[in-house]
Design a protein around this ligand. Structure first.
Ligand SMILES: C[S@@+](CC[C@H](N)C(=O)[O-])C[C@H]1O[C@@H](n2cnc3c(N)ncnc32)[C@H](O)[C@@H]1O
Length: 584
């Protein structure tokens, strides 16, 4: 059997014999661990980069035109297929695994250097996939595989090709676990049948990881922007973010240029596969980049479709990318945009009370706390996920590679969620800072300034300091007592000597004028009320016998708390916020 190096040499000789040109300073080599790569063996001067480094004549390209010819079909016959590359993928299977096609012999040197095992997660075993449990990425892997099986059956059906018998009857797209088991059991077959799903899955992996857009070589007649072709030699270049490259087609040759000026000796010559997130790299190419500047994560939320429909009237304008089916909304978070405004608006909307007709400071801030819990849970999830216990994996030669990929992937996801959370905390801080004094009032301020009231809490609730309110779970009761005191302010013998914004009183009266208190409401508050009154009015009359301290006052005060108070999650501080509209 020929070694990988021999196969690579034969391939390069075949390419050159057929008119390909490769700059002499580029050397391709193969290594057991990282496959084929290109190295600069002699510095390429900056003025030389105006010329192509690699030129490949069109007869070396594997295009859809060849596939149409081989299967003797026209594009029209295939219009029912969603993937424009289905036919060319099957063609590659036939070229590689069935030596009878017209071009199998011609392309053999190229076919021989294509990696027999593609690294995509579709080929991972169950224990490796299990490590992605709980991520949207695993859901996507399963969906993509189901779509691919459906596409493969449809294609064979159109072409009247019988799939190999076992697969013709064995696949139930809904039984995805059995399909994964089948793949990992059969993937080791060195030469699968060309009309097997294993061959098609391999070809799909080859296309997603090394094909180029056909529009590059066929701008006038390319019927679909996603139509792809295989570009031997240039597809041996690995990817590096930010590499400046250019691909052109002229004089029947596909040319590869680089704009990189520092092509120093012993450095690698890279291509650029595009600004891809780690999930895109993983699903399309089977690798990820640590500290990937283009990484992102998707936050998916399942919601009532009716709720989704009503969002535009609250200024939440969703685009196509945000909507996944009728029940889910999805937001892309990245280090460049860690906190999309629409996401903040959505959480404000979800925290909106029925009585609130717009997004205001209270619901936005309350929503931001909800969002912060979700982001925090994601951070913890990816922290746990990255602690991979290698002993849970079935023995496999690629376990080390898979573990490294997943650790980098999870670290990237976690980093984005951390930057989203930090941005959210900044947002809360600046929002609070921007709310002027007439619009917000902290209950802590009242606690500090209203000594008569604070002292009364010792007798009423056993509270000696502010922290006890939280520790003894009495915060809400203290808030209700204080609101009723504020409403009774005019009946006090000694007026309160600190400023209280008028919107608290106004809200109390607004609720009072519209509330209907029934027997059930009264019963609900009875235990709380009887626990305090008339005892308090008798013991501390200077506070609790001034004005109206009837049970209805507390029922109203509780609604005031709902409508005005935001309890800041980070320190349990209740802040009264006026019902002003918040235009984000
Ligand atoms: C277009 S091919 C490049 C040539 C490939 N190294 C080979 O052996 O044929 C794309 C594949 O190369 C590997 N690859 C490319 N860039 C990489 C990178 N930056 N890190 C890790 N693997 C990479 C991945 O396996 C990917 O699926």
């Amino acid at each position: 059997m020929s070694s990988q190096t021999d196969l690579l040499t034969s391939f390069l000789n075949w390419s050159k014999d057929n008119g390909a040109k490769i700059n002499e300073s580029i050397e391709f080599k193969t290594s057991k661990d990282s496959g084929i790569s290109a190295t600069i063996i002699k510095e390429i001067p900056s003025d030389a980069i105006s010329k192509p480094l690699i030129s490949v004549p069109s007869k070396l390209l594997i295009t859809n035109e060849l596939a149409l010819k081989e299967f003797n079909v026209s594009s029209k016959n295939l219009s029912s297929l969603f993937n424009p590359n289905a036919l060319i993928q099957l063609y590659l299977c036939k070229l590689k695994f069935n030596a009878t096609t017209a071009k199998s012999d011609f392309f053999k040197p190229y076919l021989d250097i294509l990696p027999p095992n593609v690294p995509h997660p579709y080929f991972w075993n169950k224990s490796q996939l299990q490590l992605l449990q709980g991520t949207d990425t695993l859901i996507k892997i399963k969906q993509n595989l189901q779509n691919l099986i459906t596409e493969w059956y449809e294609l064979l059906n159109v072409l009247e090709i019988t799939p190999i018998e076992k697969e013709g009857t064995a696949f139930d797209v809904n039984d995805i676990d059995s399909i994964f088991s089948y793949i990992s059991e059969n993937v080791k077959t060195t030469s699968p049948k060309w009309n097997s799903f294993i061959a098609y899955l391999w070809s799909f992996g080859i296309f997603t990881s090394r094909a180029f857009p056909e529009i590059l070589i066929n701008p006038d007649n390319c019927s679909n922007v996603n139509q792809a072709f295989l570009y031997p030699i240039v597809d041996l270049l690995n990817h590096k973010n930010g590499t400046s490259v250019k691909w052109t087609f002229e004089d029947d040759q596909a040319h590869f240029f680089t704009n990189e000026k520092n092509l120093k000796k012993h450095t690698e010559l890279f291509n650029n596969y595009g600004d891809k997130s780690n999930e895109e790299l993983l699903l399309g190419y089977g690798f990820v980049q640590s500290n990937n500047a283009h990484d992102d994560t998707k936050l998916t939320l399942k919601l009532d479709p009716q709720l989704i429909e009503s969002m535009p009237s609250f200024g939440i304008v969703l685009n196509k990318e945000n909507t996944v089916g009728t029940e889910c909304l999805q937001f892309t978070l990245s280090s460049r945009n860690p906190l999309p405004r629409n996401l903040l608006k959505l959480f404000g909307f979800l925290s909106k009370l029925k009585s609130e007709t717009s997004l205001n400071y209270r619901n936005i801030l309350e929503g931001s706390d909800e969002l912060s819990s979700i982001l925090d849970a994601k951070i913890q999830f990816f922290k746990r996920a990255s602690k991979i216990d290698a002993s849970t994996l079935e023995p496999s030669s690629n376990n080390t590679v898979v573990i490294k990929i997943l650790k980098d992937f999870f670290a990237g996801q976690r980093r984005i969620y951390i930057s989203s959370l930090e941005e959210l905390q900044k947002f809360q801080k600046t929002t609070l800072k921007n709310i002027n004094e007439n619009m917000a009032f902290s209950f802590k301020t009242a606690f500090k300034n209203d000594k008569t009231f604070t002292n009364s809490l010792l007798l009423s609730l056993g509270i000696t300091k502010y922290e006890d309110l939280i520790a003894k779970n009495c915060l809400n009761q203290a808030l209700l007592l204080w609101i009723v005191r504020v409403v009774n302010m005019n009946s006090l013998k000694r007026p309160l000597d600190y400023q209280i914004p008028s919107f608290i009183n106004e809200m109390f009266h607004e609720v009072n004028s519209s509330i209907i208190v029934n027997k059930e409401d009264v019963l609900e508050y009875m235990d709380f009320y009887k626990g305090l009154f008339p005892n308090l009015s008798e013991k501390i009359p200077e506070v609790f016998a001034q004005g109206n301290w009837g049970i209805k006052q507390f029922i109203i005060a509780d609604t005031v708390v709902d409508r005005l108070v935001w309890v800041r999650k980070s320190n349990n501080e209740p802040i009264f916020i006026d019902k002003k509209r918040f235009d984000l």
